[in-house]
Ligand binder design. Sequence first.
Ligand SMILES: NC(=O)c1ccc[n+]([C@@H]2O[C@H](COP(=O)([O-])OP(=O)(O)OC[C@H]3O[C@@H](n4cnc5c(N)ncnc54)[C@H](O)[C@@H]3O)[C@@H](O)[C@H]2O)c1
Length: 301
Amino acid sequence: MKSFKDKVAVITGAGSGIGRYLSILLAKDGANIVVCDVNEDTLNETIEMLSQYNVSVSSHVLDVANKGDIEALPGKVIEHYGKIDLVFNNAGVATGGHFKDLDEEYWDWVMGVNLHGVVNSTRAFIPHMIDRPEAAIINTSSIFGMVAAPGHTVYHATKFAVRGFTEGLALEMAVTNPNLQIHCVHPGHIGTNIASSAKMSEETINTVIEERNNLNFTRNNPTSLEEIGIQFKDGGMHPSKAANIILNGVRKNKSRILVGLDAKLLDLSQRLFPKHYHKTWILFMPLMLLFRDKKPLKSLD
Ligand SMILES: NC(=O)c1ccc[n+]([C@@H]2O[C@H](COP(=O)([O-])OP(=O)(O)OC[C@H]3O[C@@H](n4cnc5c(N)ncnc54)[C@H](O)[C@@H]3O)[C@@H](O)[C@H]2O)c1
């Protein structure tokens, strides 16, 4: 898909981070925008930011984990715009702690949003997109859908699954409906609110803080989940840059979109050392920290 002008783009998780900047950059390129989020306040902030662009914007407060919400969405978009060209299944959440300590409630929450949200949305939108002359579904996995680290079992379960689901779907569509592009996105560390929005028990928060501080990740050891969230946001690539990389990947029809040097190096580590990749990370760490692109995209100034 060479241009987003006059396209209709649906973005889930548009109230923050990568989803917010996907919406802004798409609007800047002349697409009409359908923003969705479970958080009405932050969604309204995004809508306010979109008001400077001369495109149509509509919004839906919904929970992607709620099958009814997601199944009703394509009909509403069609009613408003008469077509759907792009769907970014971007909404995502995280929790922390080791599997043995993880409450099932948090496991189910992450599975519901990160995996079932993506699959149910894809199922609901496909019938409205397969006959478009050109269209794209963009599912967000993670570099944690390619490599595993301790403390993220449910996140890995969802992101590895999104990758498998999306790659399988891409192969199917390439045969039956090549006009519908299917993309899987694998961001590295992007400076967003995902860590501060993570949910976990008080006990788990304390364990996560203790483990982090033992590893000496940062100069200032965090003492709360809030501080971890701030350090996470400050330490990653700016989400506008991540959104720009994703949109370039869609323009070039790249089925796998790696976002950031860290994502590329971690991907390389698992290709070179499929069983022992985590042992190589100590070598990559300085490079990953040195070349993190924290400044916003220049064209947004
Ligand atoms: N930030 C990173 O380092 C990173 C790395 C790899 C992958 N990702 C993935 O990128 C995507 C975007 O995350 P982000 O980093 O921009 O996080 P973010 O927290 O800044 O934004 C996520 C948005 O999703 C919304 N959301 C959460 N649950 C929802 C639900 N049930 N229904 C609808 N909306 C919901 C949130 O309200 C928020 O606005 C996620 O899928 C995430 O897993 C992020």
